[in-house]
Design a protein around this ligand. Structure first.
Ligand code: SF4
Length: 232
């Protein structure tokens, strides 16, 4: 192997070691955006990890790390502007061994001097930032989940509204877009029902009902890791 090939090989090896995949049985706020309680229950019943992300390869790791680095720059800027507030992950116990974890990117002091707002940072590529007219629905759900978790933990944050901030990784006329996101009680009511189904399963062993009507339903095909187990 030549030195130029060795350089690439070493970098890709290092990147793969740098990248950590999410594994385990915790339910993360992002899992709840399109959550199937039956999928979680079946994983638990069969001793499969609910979070068992596919290993990603070098090029995707670079994109991911660049996004994280850009978000770090924005968080640093907020700190230097002296408006950042400390924010720790929110934990919610569903049973003694099942918990929900919400980890917002940050929090900022704005018009309410003592109470910070939750913020979530998202990086975009190409021309997305210039054509964007509204936040993505899954990011609004993510904010709604953080607001709910903050409220039930009685954490000192504003509960009715948060912000999603999109930042372009490339230099653009408009490098940043900020959207206000309201709490979403209807979505949270659905999430609460789904978590109740998980709790019932944990107590009684009763599997939550299917949310897909066939193994070729959209969610079964595109999101679910265990459609064969569910319909088998
Ligand atoms: S196939 Fe559908 S209903 Fe069955 S576990 Fe997966 S997401 Fe849930």
């Amino acid at each position: 192997m030549t030195n130029t090939e060795l350089i690439k090989q070493h970098i890709y090896t290092g990147l793969e070691k740098l990248h950590t995949c999410r594994t385990g049985m915790d339910i993360h706020a992002t899992n709840l955006i399109d959550f199937c309680p039956r999928e979680f229950a079946l994983c638990k019943q069969m001793n499969l990890l609910y979070n068992d992300e596919e290993r990603v390869t070098g090029n995707r790791i670079i994109t991911f790390k660049v996004g994280t680095a850009v978000e770090g720059v924005i968080l640093e800027a907020i700190k230097v502007a002296d408006v950042s507030a400390k924010i720790d992950p929110f934990y919610l116990n569903i049973t003694s061994d099942i918990q929900v974890i919400g980890t917002p990117d940050g929090a900022m002091y704005l018009d309410r001097p003592e109470i910070p707002y939750i913020i979530e940072l998202k990086t975009t590529g190409k021309d997305e930032i210039e054509t964007m007219v509204s936040p993505y629905i899954n990011h609004c759900c993510q904010i709604a989940l953080y607001l709910w978790l903050a409220e039930i933990r009685k954490a000192p944050f504003v509960y009715d509204v948060g912000y999603v901030i999109y930042i372009s990784k490339l230099e653009k006329k408009e490098q940043m877009k900020v959207y206000e996101v309201q709490r979403n009680d209807a979505f949270i009511a659905r999430v609460r029902e789904q978590l109740l189904a998980v709790k019932t399963f944990s107590k009684t062993g009763e599997l939550p009902p299917r949310i897909c009507n066939s193994p070729i339903a959209l969610m079964a095909r595109t999101q679910c890791r265990i459609p064969k187990l569910c319909f088998g």
